[in-house]
Ligand binder design. Structure first.
Ligand SMILES: [Zn+2]
Length: 89
């Protein structure tokens, strides 16, 4: 039995939602203010607005902080475990 998720029409529709009004090129990077194909300026409603951008930046900063905390915690636990192993006889 085989099923192709790549052919899912709902995914196709979603990925072709943002198009350049001048040439029809699909806009993947909505942080860039001009079409990557014809360099035509893109309408503001296609772009992330300042609020959305700020939220994205905040989210990535939050994730980076969580990752750093987890790495530090893992390091601490490993250190503790090694110390305990050294004590045991
Ligand atoms: Zn274009």
């Amino acid at each position: 039995m085989s099923h192709g998720a790549a052919c899912d029409p709902t995914l196709m529709t979603d990925s072709s939602r943002f198009r350049c009004p001048a040439c029809g090129f699909t806009v993947f990077n909505r942080r860039i203010a001009a079409c990557e194909s014809c360099k035509a300026p893109l309408p503001a409603n296609l772009m992330f607005n300042g609020k959305e951008l700020a939220r994205l930046e905040e989210e990535s900063a939050r994730i980076a902080k969580i990752r750093a905390d987890m790495a530090r915690e893992a390091e601490r636990l490993e250190e503790e475990r090694q110390r305990r192993r050294g004590d045991g006889g």
